[in-house]
Design a protein around this ligand. Structure first.
Ligand SMILES: Nc1ncnc2c1ncn2[C@@H]1O[C@H](COP(=O)(O)OP(=O)(O)O)[C@@H](O)[C@H]1O
Ligand SMILES: [Mg+2]
Length: 413
């Protein structure tokens, strides 16, 4: 067996690749070998933390981009790719599908799905292993419930909701959950309650299993009650589902409640696609139901204004800062300032200078720039509370970098 990490010429298999443009062609990968053997045959393979998996998954690097390659029985990769593509189109939080392949090796056939590696993502084990991440465990419950609600609203039955099939990204002190494994997913129009219940049942069984696995590796805190986690996710799911889908009855002189309802859904991140309003049976009142399209309300607003790509809570936090900036700009200039003008000035005068100062810090620690910016805002708030005055962004940056580096040095000592 060769132990060389230099790419070797592999026996050429019959391979049919379907790829989206804008990515490498992947033809230099050692397709003639089973994925489990790729490490010996390609220098592109990266060993990164991951969840439990049934199939072989390898991560490959092309310059600064990472991809996940997963081998499946024939026909399955095409389905997974197609489901991911549909979910991406519905603007759901899923890993980005890049392509799929059919491989014919000597005596065997397989299918392969390629996805873009979700940058800055954490498999759930990290949230339990790394003490610094334990504070996020409560957010994990909301993130899982929120992901299922979003999928179900879009008519997606997952069929295999688990912690291993989800990736987490930090989102301004909370977590955003991404679906990573869509093998069993199905699109229904509409998704019947029985399918939602089935999905929730699977979620509870799988998550108990994921946690039992952590428990057997002695990674759960003493006294951790495994069944509380899936139960709490279920409760949060039910509360959120009810909040989003409930119908309201309003009197003719309560029309302001229509705007109120839209604002409430937006504050939860949901964008409203349509409002259905019809008279009640007695005809003296109105029934109102909001149909939400996705959960990207603040993200889309921030992107339209500044071009920045952020998670939902990050965007919400930054939009608040831009509004404050707009108010103080208006006060300084003694005239009203449109939001887009304030946003442009904020990018130039606040965001970019902070990120320029953090450039090396972010690169060395492989951090998400937007999340780091949100941490700085949080830190600025904390320092300003202590000092009882606004300490300003740069003082917060200096102090943050100093404390972070001190903590890292201590933990690596
Ligand atoms: N695009 C991706 N980005 C980051 N991690 C990924 C990606 N695809 C897969 N993984 C990691 O690999 C693990 C297994 O992938 P999954 O699709 O669940 O495979 P399986 O069908 O074998 O369960 C996931 O838990 C995740 O940690
Ligand atoms: Mg999986």
């Amino acid at each position: 067996m060769s132990t060389s990490t230099v790419p070797e010429k592999s026996p050429h298999p019959g391979i049919t690749l379907s790829l989206r443009p804008g990515h490498p062609d992947f033809l230099d990968l050692p397709w003639g070998y089973a994925l489990a053997q790729w490490l010996q045959h390609s220098s592109r393979i990266q060993d990164l933390p991951r969840g439990l998996s049934r199939h072989a998954v390898v991560f490959v690097r092309y310059d600064r981009r990472l991809y996940a390659v997963k081998e499946l029985p024939i026909g399955v990769a095409e389905h997974e790719y197609e489901m991911l593509r549909q979910m991406e189109e519905a603007r759901l939080p899923v890993v980005e599908p890049v392509g799929h392949a059919h491989i014919q090796r000597e005596g065997s056939e397989a299918s392969v799905v390629i996805t873009r590696y979700l940058d800055y993502s954490l498999p759930y084990r990290t949230l339990f292993i790394d003490p610094a991440m334990r504070a996020y465990q409560d957010s994990l419950l909301d993130a899982m419930a929120g992901l299922l609600v979003q999928l179900h609203l879009a008519g997606i039955y997952w069929g295999d909701c688990s912690l291993s099939n989800t990736l987490f990204r930090r989102d301004a002190g909370t977590l955003q959950a991404y679906l990573v494994d869509a093998e069993t997913a199905e699109k229904h129009e509409p998704l019947m309650p029985i399918m939602r219940f089935q999905d929730l049942k699977i979620m509870q069984e799988n998550i108990s299993g994921d946690l039992a696995d952590l428990g057997s590796s002695r990674l759960l805190p003493d006294g951790f009650l495994i069944f509380d986690t899936p139960r709490s996710i279920l409760e949060r799911y039910q509360r959120l589902w009810e909040e989003i889908t409930r119908e309201e009855v309003i009197a003719p002189d309560e029309r302001y409640r229509i705007q109120e309802r839209i604002r409430m859904l937006n504050s939860l991140g949901f964008s409203v696609g349509e409002l259905q309003i019809r008279p009640t049976e007695e005809g003296d009142k109105l029934r109102m139901r909001a149909l939400v399209v996705d959960r990207n309300f603040h993200r889309e607003h921030l992107q339209r204004l500044t071009g920045l790509e952020a998670e939902e809570q990050q965007a919400r936090k930054i939009m608040n800062e831009i509004r404050e900036y707009q108010a103080s700009m208006a006060q300084r200039l003694n005239r009203s300032v449109p939001l887009n003008v304030a946003a442009f000035s904020w990018l130039d005068q606040v965001y970019r200078p902070v990120l320029n100062r953090l450039q090396d810090f972010i690169a060395t620690n492989n951090l998400s720039p937007v999340e780091t910016y949100c941490q700085i805002l949080e830190h600025k708030w904390y320092l300003s509370e202590q000092a009882r005055r606004d300490v300003g962004h740069m003082a917060a940056v200096e102090d943050y970098v100093h404390r972070f580096s001190a903590r890292e040095n201590k933990s690596s000592a």
